[in-house]
Design a protein around this ligand. Structure first.
Ligand code: FPP
Length: 243
């Protein structure tokens, strides 16, 4: 059976529905969701998880009404102001993945500062995906490889899976062991398309603002019951365990 996950990725869905079910504006759901982000990061620090990757804003989320996009960007700015010192105290190393050129200059500046401040920390590595899409990630990796081929520093024939992985946003980071998606939908929604190839998927109907440490326990327990074969057969895994 699987050990504890080393890298967990989360699609935090259901903020809008949570708010609507309480007769509140969608913005109230997003604000409430920040408390859950804080709680789950704390839980992951306590559990000594290696890597946590949170999908905060997708390439497709730009299609939301401008008011909601603006509200979310302000929420991210506030969150950076409020949370970074605490993350730093807890030895969390914070990094962002996604197309920063699409974000406002002030947000990009604070993201950069937060990364610089926490760069030397040795605890949880927290990746926040902002303006991120798996197709964007693969496209920018292709562009980077093509530029090297065009300049003559790389032969097209030398492009292999390792070289592609090196150009992705999560280069050097082990692939997620477990993906959790809240909010009842059962899809990947253009998250880490390359990195999720062998990730165990866990879907829960809990909406993100109501996701708790107990829900996280359930996800980890489900993960512990999975048999991760990575293309092999059960007997091969059993033989290795006996050796
Ligand atoms: C999902 O709910 C939420 C989003 C698409 C973006 C908002 C995310 C946060 C506020 C968390 C931010 C996290 C960090 C680390 C900065 P939804 O609006 O899609 O809900 P719905 O499916 O019920 O409409």
């Amino acid at each position: 059976m699987a050990d504890s996950p080393q890298h967990v990725a989360i699609i935090m869905d259901g903020n809008g529905r949570w708010a609507r079910s309480r007769g509140l504006p969608r913005a109230a759901g997003h604000r409430s969701s920040m408390k859950v982000v804080r709680k789950i990061v704390e839980e992951c620090v306590q559990r000594k998880l290696g890597y946590l990757t949170l999908f905060a804003f997708s390439s497709e989320n730009w299609r939301r009404p401008p008011d909601e996009v603006g509200m979310l960007m302000n929420l991210f700015l506030d969150a950076l102001d409020r949370e970074v010192a605490d993350l730093h105290r807890n030895q969390v190393r914070l990094s962002f993945i996604g197309d920063r050129d699409l974000l406002g200059a002030e947000l990009a500046r604070r993201m950069h500062n937060a990364e610089q401040l926490t760069a030397g920390n040795s605890g949880l590595r927290l990746f926040v995906a902002m303006a991120y899409g798996g197709r964007w990630d693969l496209t920018q990796a292709c562009r980077s490889l093509a530029a090297d081929v065009a300049s003559g520093t790389l032969a097209a024939a030398d492009i292999d899976e390792t070289r592609v992985a090196e150009r992705l946003a999560l280069a050097g980071v082990p692939d997620p062991d477990l993906l959790i998606r809240t909010g009842g939908e059962r899809r990947i929604s253009n998250f880490l398309l390359w990195n999720l190839a062998y990730t165990e998927l866990y879907f829960t109907d809990a909406l993100w603002p109501e996701f708790s440490a107990a829900h996280l326990d359930e996800a980890f327990e489900s993960f512990a019951r999975r048999e991760r074969r990575f293309g092999k057969i059960s007997e091969q895994l059993a033989a290795k365990a006996d050796a």
